[in-house]
Design a protein around this ligand. Sequence first.
Ligand code: GAL
Length: 342
Amino acid sequence: MAALVLAASTAAMAAVRVGISMPTQSLQRWNQDGANMKERFEAIGYEVDLQFANNNVALQVSQIENMILNGADVLVISAIDGASLGTVLEIAKDEGIPVIAYDRLIMETDAVSYYATFDNYMVGTIQGKYLVEALDLDNRTDPVNIEITAGSPDDNNARYFYQGAMDQLMPYIEAGKVVVPSGQIAFEQVATLEWSSERAQARMDNLIAANYAGGLKLHAVLCSNDSTALGVTNSLIGAGFTKEEFPLITGQDCDIANTKNIIAGYQAMSVFKDTRTLAEQVVKMVQAIVNGEEPEVNDTETYFNGVFVVPTYLCEPVFADINNYEELLIESGYYTREQLGL
Ligand code: GAL
């Protein structure tokens, strides 16, 4: 740390250099995350080395190695596979370079300094509660049929999303009020590698053919995020589901394609995690570190990464649906009406 504070004092001469490693550009939000941070760091005179790793772990490792070689003073990383960065981060640690885990926790290393994200368990809770209310599970007498699509097994967030939602739905499954006709309930059975829309679509095609071809009603699909929700939606449309018989579909990230589907009546909701809020929090965290101060954290208990509990700042997620998307996504400046085809 002294090295960095020293660097900071001499940084008055040379700008503080921040290496930002994002997982991919093929999932919309990471482009926004990267751009939001770059803009805010440059606004305070920091240099930014922003890289996207195309969901390729080896590429992410070599990009981080280069960031270290090119003189990064701080690293901000959203890991593709949380448990794959131990070796390269040992180098960062030896060089006294603080590492902030961005949105996704970095696992199995003590070379990470802080974690900043949205409350991941709360994300799932919001999705589960939304279905409990929208399906009126407490008052109805007839059972409903749902299917479940979770996130990528190498992403530490995916299990928090899944658990948050299942803790809301499981009591109804146990009471026989909610049925999963495919029988696929365990995380391993419903996970979607790389959060891929194509994989989610292919799995849904199989579930429909095996369980719903005879006309069984599907009331809802719990989808952990928008890229998987998009795959599921395309599968249902491809199978001939009309808008009237469309199941309630959940999501996360309020991607443009999915927000359009909410407006069109194909997707019920999406958890909104304002990437500007997280970027601002991380910029504040880095500034504190550079100035030799303790960054603000609000959770020092939850996020054990296999080695230690990483001090964390949790931002609060909310949800968007047909009733509030204009206020949440347009009036807030997150999207323009043109971007949403309005
Ligand atoms: C998660 C992230 C979600 C979603 C997903 C796919 O880690 O928290 O917001 O974007 O990755 O990118």
